[in-house]
Design a protein around this ligand. Structure first.
Ligand code: NI
Length: 158
């Protein structure tokens, strides 16, 4: 268990595509433990492997209902729309308005290799979309509506 360094915007690794996991090795399991530790330490709702410098398709999410480890996650269905503030541990201290689906259905494997299909709404759906974007080198600042503002403060009127 260890806290890893979170890469921040401007680091090229955040812009790269991540590779699928073919085999869940002890090294992968260690990475997942470290990602969870790092996410909780930073008070985040989610973290994707490239944020700790590893180009693999793994994300961890906890929207307050316990940790969800998603290996090779895919969104297979989405519907509706929600618009709200979003932040990212790789863009520290900032937030901005992003529109995401209200509902997503996703498939993934957990760290034991068991396959799951889950349905998510609201914040959980938003977190899945945000974290999966990381695996394709995308950041929320690419699709932010308006400008970024300090997290926890209201958006400035233009
Ligand atoms: Ni992020």
């Amino acid at each position: 268990m260890a806290i890893r360094t979170i890469r921040t915007e401007g680091d090229e690794i955040l812009r790269k595509n991540c590779r699928e996991i073919k085999e869940i090795t002890p090294r992968i399991k260690e990475l997942i433990e470290d990602m969870l530790d790092t996410m909780y330490e930073a008070d985040g709702v989610g973290l994707a492997a490239p944020q700790v410098g590893v180009l693999k398709r793994i994300v961890v999410i906890d929207v307050g209902e316990g940790p969800v480890v998603m290996i090779n996650p895919k969104i297979i269905e989405s519907s509706g729309e929600q618009t709200g503030d979003e932040g990212c541990l790789s863009v520290p201290g900032m937030a901005g308005k992003v529109t995401r689906p209200q509902y997503v259905k996703a498939t993934y494997c957990d760290e034991e290799g068991d396959e799951y299909e889950i349905e998510a709404e609201d914040l959980f759906a938003r977190a899945i979309c945000h974290e999966l974007d990381h695996l394709d080198g995308k950041l929320y600042v690419d699709i932010v509506e308006g400008s970024l503002h300090r997290a926890g403060e209201p958006e400035e009127e233009e």
